[in-house]
Write a protein that binds this ligand. Structure first.
Ligand code: SF4
Length: 314
């Protein structure tokens, strides 16, 4: 039995809230930002059209327009959150598109102001495995002397065939190389994976989770595949429908993934956020509380815990 089961979070897996509360001794929330970067998988330098599931805001559905000054975006986001959690700490989250896809000077200009804010305990930066040149990583490593730096990297699937099907634009070897380079720094790494990608089996999704153990990542975000309007995925789904996971299937797969994940890996998310008006399927993902409750209920009913089927121990 691991130490998280009877934690103050009362969950059977290592939650992000639990980590934040213990690390910073405070409520901490993320403020999503849009720095106006683009993505090499959209502008032709790596690929055209982007990942098939990506919408035209670069998976940054809840950010402000990039034309708004970053500190202004941050203050606006903070004002909303402060009503709920006054006097909390924050993590500015560079979410939309690929936030290291630009010159080093531009990257410095975006991130440096947030290193100076007292309430900021960490900065989270969403990027791609093929967009983190050494000079940028060195800069982020310097930033890690002042604040925790979380680099969020999409894997989605460990299978190159799936990566091709979703037009990911990089392969697993590039991902592995990127994570190994991050792990040589003081930055922390969070890996994003997606369940329910076209033609993937449950076993494949579990193997993708196991990669996070092998690479000793600090955190994962697990999402269900969303098929949303005006995406390449929506068009191909209409022409060639594939099986979309049911809620029960998703819960079953997530519970198995949690069992194989090293208990020291923080679970930042087990659901994604979709905009109701844009989501085609599966609509059960809109009920996030139900999804999380079903995972908790199954874990408790079957006495499952994170890492119970992993050779890793904390
Ligand atoms: S890497 Fe991210 S921003 Fe770029 S196309 Fe894929 S999901 Fe969209």
């Amino acid at each position: 039995m691991n130490s998280f089961i009877f934690s103050d979070d009362n969950k059977r897996y290592h939650t992000w809230n639990y980590y934040l509360r213990h690390q910073f001794n405070s409520k901490v929330y993320k403020v999503a930002l849009n720095a106006g970067f683009t993505c090499p998988n959209r502008d032709g330098s790596k690929g055209i059209g982007g990942c098939t599931f990506c919408n035209d805001v670069g998976s940054g559905n809840f950010t402000q327009p990039s034309s708004m000054d970053l500190l202004h975006q941050y203050e606006q986001g903070k004002q909303v959150m402060e009503k709920k959690w006054p006097n909390s700490k924050t993590i500015p989250y560079f979410q939309s598109y690929t936030n290291t896809y630009g010159s080093l000077a531009r990257i410095k200009e975006c991130f440096q102001p947030f290193l100076e804010l007292d309430e900021v305990v960490a900065i989270a930066i969403g990027t791609r495995a093929d967009c983190l040149e050494q000079e940028k990583l060195d800069f982020l490593n310097e930033c890690a002397n002042k604040k925790e730096i979380w680099i969020e990297v999409g894997l989605q699937s460990r299978y190159d065939l799936t990566a091709k099907k979703i037009n990911r634009g990089h392969n697993f070897d590039e991902f592995e190389d990127c994570i190994k380079r991050i792990k040589k720094t003081n930055c922390k790494v969070c890996v994003h994976i997606i369940n329910g990608l076209p033609d993937e089996t449950k076993e494949m999704m579990i193997e993708t989770a196991k990669v996070c153990n092998d690479l000793n990542v600090d955190a994962v975000k697990i999402h269900m595949l969303h098929i949303t309007k005006n995406t390449q995925l929506a068009r191909s789904f209409e022409a060639f429908p594939f099986h979309v996971l049911t809620l029960d299937e998703y819960v079953d797969i997530v519970c198995e993934q949690l069992q194989v994940l090293n208990p020291s890996i923080i679970i930042q998310r087990l659901t994604g956020d979709a905009i109701k008006e844009e989501l085609i399927t599966p609509t059960w993902t809109l009920k996030k509380t139900i999804v999380l409750n079903e995972i908790d209920k199954k874990m408790a009913r079957e006495h499952l815990t994170q890492g119970m089927n992993s050779s890793w121990k904390i």
